[in-house]
Design a protein around this ligand. Structure first.
Ligand SMILES: [Zn+2]
Length: 206
């Protein structure tokens, strides 16, 4: 039934609804801008190369809670992060890229694992500048004999690339987590060697 009173109520309701949706739109724009800015910072700050940057620019990204400092997950159609954590972002971004570069084919992985094992077995005394990476390689490949049996036993070749990438954070030719030069070509497929952000492990951005 039509009445002046009902019309009034409807008008007020519609005004409230309009204000609400306007607020939501503005809020979505701000958070969308922040997510894009964050993605841009990680892509450029850690030196993803041109091809990787193209893949990552198209990648749908959601941030669950801005104040959270947790990890993330890579799904087939998007990446979801718990918060604005650079290490977690770099890790998941690398999953996205490696799954799309065709670099996970068996011949290439075998050659990479051979180089990774060479690093794990390298002598700490004669290879002091890469001894941190060697210790990490040993733990990653062969596990710690307890909860984590290691990448080789798990055949987790995806993480053979990705976990080493989020270990050095794009800084594989210099710094405290640098890799030996025979491993650089594998990471040159994804990174440019030019980093702009000091990594968390050298006291930089978390
Ligand atoms: Zn992962």
């Amino acid at each position: 039934m039509f009445s002046i009173k009902r019309l009034f109520i409807r008008t007020v309701e519609s005004k409230i609804n309009n204000q609400h949706s306007l607020f939501d739109d503005v809020y979505d724009d701000i958070s969308d801008y922040q997510v894009k800015k964050f993605k841009w910072q990680v892509i450029h700050g850690y030196g993803f190369n041109v091809d990787s940057s193209k893949l990552l620019t198209l990648m749908p990204l959601t941030i669950k809670t801005p104040t959270n400092n947790g990890g993330g997950l890579t799904y087939w159609d998007h990446v979801e992060l718990e918060g604005y954590n650079h290490e977690a972002a770099l890790h998941e971004f690398c999953h996205w890229v490696w799954e799309r570069t065709g670099l996970l084919n068996s011949d290439y992985v075998r050659s990479y694992i051979d180089a990774y094992e060479k690093l794990a077995k390298s002598d700490k005394k004669t290879n002091r500048d890469t001894s941190n990476a060697a210790a990490f390689a040993k733990l990653q490949l062969y596990g710690d004999n307890a909860e984590f049996p290691g990448i080789l036993q798990l055949s987790d070749y995806d993480h053979a690339f990705v976990s080493l990438a989020s270990y050095h954070m794009g800084q594989y030719t210099k710094g405290t987590r640098r890799l030996p030069s025979y491993m650089w070509p594998y990471f040159d497929k994804v990174f440019s060697r030019t980093t702009l952000i000091t990594p968390y492990y050298e006291g930089g951005h978390v």
